[in-house]
Ligand binder design. Structure first.
Ligand code: UD1
Ligand code: MG
Length: 448
């Protein structure tokens, strides 16, 4: 059956205490909303409808970057999860398949759980779970194998609060039935809201089948506060590190490595302790990322060695066998095969040719205060230590620059460019200076 995903993401998330909509708070470098959207791709849905409200503009932009075909609908006032679901009606006009309602703040549902929901033959299916601490979750009141109703914590009696089976918020039904039942909701409850959770009871009143499928608590924990956000991130990290190791990546101290939702690392790559992968990083097989390096938006090819203490920023493209050493920052730059930038350098808006060597302390001076400019360095060039390359500038193949040079014009292939004050030597002058200075110091200490 074809599937539509309805992702409820209109709430502010009061307990986050933030101007940013809750679903845009990041877990592993990606907004919670992207995690929820990524999870749903397991069913290859025909429609993805995101219900936005608080911060709708930002939520829309974020949804579109993940899936440009997604449809974002507006819930102007947040009158409850049932009301939010109703906002998706227009976007699913004429759609007759299975609609699955999920929450943007419950981002870790597994592919297996989505498949179990899609496989259910009941008219309405609710995803339940049995948490160690049922806390304030809605409770599922069963009658045999039928879900009689869901009772919200605030509306529940003591006996109902004792029920261990809880509502995850996920609910599936054929779209026409879903919207038909939504029309019957009212606001006679403790919160004066249109509860999506009233649907099972309405369905049972019509003698329809209402089933529960269950999943592990780790999939359904909702995120309502910064502390829960941090816990969710920690859980994501544990799972992501484990999955990298299963894929053949060596993590020397896994608990110290921070990964993003989209981090890709090839087999037999080696990741030393305390490495941070921001969004958009791919590392090929057999590369080594040494300790305390920070990477985002970059690509590291086979055999390259990065760090320790290196920073690769967006647009850093390292070819095979490149070496990037300690305290080197690379941004928007391609470093060709076998090139080395080993110490204390900034390479930004640049290209470095094959097997070139960039000496310690080299800086591509890419910014004039208003605009950015490029530095092009050819193959097998040798850039002397502490060279300032004032962009725009290009250095030809097999050219050299002298240490300490400030290079402001192009250097042709094979040439040596030196631009620094000539050395002056004054014989015996150091000795004389020392005598003068020591005498001055002695006089001062006598006087004091
Ligand atoms: C909801 C469930 C509860 C369940 C719990 C699981 C209802 C009435 N209650 O409670 O049974 O145990 O989730 O985490 O469904 N939203 C909108 N528009 C609104 C209201 C909410 O888009 O008008 C969105 C929120 O942005 C959020 C999701 O729906 O992503 C859930 O809303 P939330 O207020 O967190 O519901 P809970 O009180 O947690
Ligand atoms: Mg919630």
């Amino acid at each position: 059956m074809s599937v539509a995903l309805i992702i409820l993401a209109a709430g502010q998330g009061t307990r986050m205490n933030s101007d940013l909509p809750k679903v845009l708070h990041p877990i592993a470098g990606a907004p919670m909303l992207h995690h929820a959207m990524a999870a749903g791709t397991a069913l290859d849905p025909d429609h993805v409808v995101v219900v936005a409200g608080f911060g709708a503009e930002q939520v829309t932009a974020s949804a579109m970057t993940f899936d440009p075909t997604a449809c974002v609908v507006l819930q102007k006032e947040q009158l409850g999860t049932g009301h939010a679901t109703a906002a998706a009606r227009g976007a699913l006009k004429g759609f007759d398949g299975l609609a699955i309602v999920v929450f943007g703040d419950t981002p870790f549902l597994s592919a297996e759980t989505f498949e179990a929901l899609a496989a259910s033959t009941a008219d309405v299916t609710v995803l339940g779970f049995e948490p160690a601490d049922p806390a304030r979750y809605g409770r599922l009141v069963m009658d045999g194998d039928q879900l009689e109703r869901i009772v919200e914590f605030k509306d529940a009696t003591e006996a109902e609060r004792a029920i261990g089976l809880c509502n995850s918020g996920v609910l599936a039904a054929r779209a026409p039935l879903l919207f038909e039942l939504i029309d019957l909701l009212d606001t006679n409850n403790a919160q004066g809201e249109y509860y999506l959770t009233d649907l099972p009871h309405l369905a049972r009143a019509r003698d329809l089948n209402v089933a529960v499928v269950t999943c592990d608590e780790s999939e359904t924990l909702g995120i309502n506060s910064r502390a829960e956000l941090a816990d969710a991130d920690a859980r994501f990290q544990i799972a992501a590190r484990r999955s990298l190791m299963e894929d053949g990546v060596t993590l020397v101290a896994p608990e110290t490595v921070y990964l993003s939702l989209d981090t890709i690392v090839g087999r037999d790559a080696l990741i030393e302790p305390n490495v941070v992968f921001g969004p958009g990083v791919t590392v090929e097989s057999g590369a080594t990322i040494r300790a305390f390096s920070h990477l985002e938006g970059c690509h590291v090819s086979r055999g390259a060695i990065v760090g320790p203490f290196a920073r690769l920023r967006p647009g850093a493209e390292l070819a095979e066998d490149v070496r990037i050493g300690n305290f080197v920052e690379v941004k928007n730059a391609t470093i060709a095969t076998g090139a080395k930038v080993n110490h204390l350098s900034y390479i930004g808006d640049a290209s470095v040719g094959e097997k070139s060597n960039i000496g310690a302390g080299t800086v591509t001076c890419n910014y004039d205060g208003v605009m950015k400019h490029r530095t092009e360095i050819g193959a097998r060039a040798f850039i002397g230590s502490n060279t300032m390359l004032v962009a725009p500038v290009s250095i030809g193949d097999e050219a050299m620059t002298g240490s300490g040079s400030v290079i402001t014009s192009d250097v042709e292939a094979g040439a040596l460019a030196v631009s620094r004050a000539p050395q002056v030597e004054k014989p015996g002058m150091a000795r004389k200076l020392f005598e003068i200075l020591r005498a001055r110091k002695a006089k001062q200490s006598r006087g004091s």
